[in-house]
Ligand binder design. Sequence first.
Ligand SMILES: Cc1cc2nc3c(=O)[nH]c(=O)nc-3n(C[C@H](O)[C@H](O)[C@H](O)COP(=O)(O)O)c2cc1C
Length: 181
Amino acid sequence: MAEILLISGSPTASSKSAALLEYSREWLRERSSFETALVSVRDFPTDDLILAKYDSPSFYVFKQQVSNAAGIIVSTPVYKAAYTGSLKALLDILPQYAFRGKTILPIASGGSPGHLLAIDYAIKPVLSTLGASDVLQGVYLVDQQFRIENGEPVVAGEVQQRLDESLAQFVANLEVRAAIR
Ligand SMILES: Cc1cc2nc3c(=O)[nH]c(=O)nc-3n(C[C@H](O)[C@H](O)[C@H](O)COP(=O)(O)O)c2cc1C
């Protein structure tokens, strides 16, 4: 089982926030020894998500992946000043303290810099409700700061540095927790 689980909260097929997650996965592959796995809200039956069928077999592997992960990266586009409804629907099927003891890195992409604080006022309270206490500051990128080429994000220098630094901090926190375990 993967030690780092990356969760994409975008319902869009060609997703910018999911591309940031792919970038993060590649970064982790190249610079850390952690195993990774990536899941998207798009992987689950819409009925199961919308009707909160938390006992559905379609969520079994996901719940195991969350339970076994030491670290989780959650990426979402900003929808109506918060995270997407589909990400919330996916997190809703998890047990109450599913994120307890895990290091979490939130990533969000938005169309406007006006929702820069969505990670703090919208995403972090949900992560906290799931029991997460080691939540990194997070990375918010505005659409103009990156573009997608061949499914990969091309990020401007200063922004890429911000993303890379957050990933390095995420790995450092995971290593510290692994050392004291
Ligand atoms: C339904 C919908 C609602 C959105 N609401 C906001 C918003 O409130 N604030 C914002 O900054 N961007 C908003 N956006 C823009 C997206 O957050 C932005 O384009 C994001 O990078 C898209 O990511 P994705 O390609 O992973 O879905 C919205 C987009 C959609 C489709």
